[in-house]
Design a protein around this ligand. Structure first.
Ligand SMILES: [Zn+2]
Length: 279
């Protein structure tokens, strides 16, 4: 579990799979310093080289430690679409914003390292040391570059931010519809264990999937009804607590930002427009 200094909501998870032919790491945490800490953790378990780094999406808290693994010789598996709201102002602005979150010291030695050596836009299967690891793009649910990692034999799923501890996954870079589809696909896998993108692993995998589904389906229905009744967005969002000014990913902030995004999504659907592909 990483720590971006944002309190409970700022703890991105990373994982790793040890095989007899090397290690596969899933996500790189939020800075080179955190990437190093992750590498030390791996070294406490195995001396096998890290062959692959799989990135579940291109948000800084999951990829800004990637350079540590690339320098160590790992190849990157990611979706080639790196666009997010955070990257909208260009790479320099993205890094400057992130320095304000994790601090300058944690970012020493930083370089972007999330461009894939092995891009995945559909499904790709990695076979390493007798393990089968299935990497799939589940749609633009949390971001356009989402990937999930599935171990079919062990029935373990690394879900990235499609699942987070409290079930209120951000869709401001993705969409409610894509999230609903991704959750359906995850449900049909019937995972025994899910590793969420943030926070503790749930005791029951299915319960977190159901909670997330309930949240997003409920929000979409509520925003759809508001659009159909001609309720302006500000009034449609009035049932929610105000966003926290200094905490863009606190629960209240996520709920409000999601609601605004889903309102626009429902408005576009009502008008018969396609999905807004520019995050
Ligand atoms: Zn994210």
């Amino acid at each position: 579990m990483g720590d971006t200094g944002r309190g409970s909501e700022g703890r991105p998870n990373a994982g790793f799979i040890v095989t007899s032919e090397g290690v596969v790491v899933i996500d790189a945490l939020a800075s080179p310093r955190e990437g190093e800490a992750l590498l030390r953790t791996i070294r406490g378990v195995t001396l096998q080289p890290v062959r692959w780094l799989v990135l579940t999406h291109h948000h800084p808290d999951h990829v800004f430690g990637a350079i540590v693994f690339r320098r160590g010789g790992a190849k990157v598996i990611a979706h080639p679409d790196t666009r997010t709201l955070a990257s909208e102002g260009g790479q320099d602005a993205m890094v400057a914003d992130w320095v304000r979150v994790v601090g300058l010291d944690a970012m020493r030695g930083f370089e972007f390292a999330d461009t894939p050596d092995r891009p995945v836009t559909g499904t790709d299967t990695l076979r390493l040391g007798g393990r089968t690891i299935v990497i799939t793009h589940p749609g633009a649910a949390h971001t356009p570059g989402d990937l999930i990692v599935w171990l079919p034999k062990e029935r373990v799923l690394f879900a990235g931010d499609i699942l987070i501890e409290d079930g209120v996954t951000m869709v401001v870079d993705g969409s409610a519809r894509a999230l609903e589809h991704a959750l359906e696909d995850i449900e049909s896998l019937a995972p025994r264990v899910v590793v969420p993108g943030h926070g503790a692993m749930p005791a029951r995998a299915g319960a977190l999937v159901a909670t997330t589904r309930g949240y997003i389906t409920g929000l979409a229905a509520r925003m759809r009804a508001a659009v159909e009744q001609g309720t302006p967005m500000q009034r449609a969002l009035a049932f929610l607590p105000p966003a926290d000014e200094e905490r863009p990913v606190s629960l209240a902030s996520r709920e409000r930002r999601n609601a605004a995004r889903v309102y626009v999504e429902e408005e576009r659907a009502y008008m018969g427009l396609g999905e807004d592909s520019t995050p």
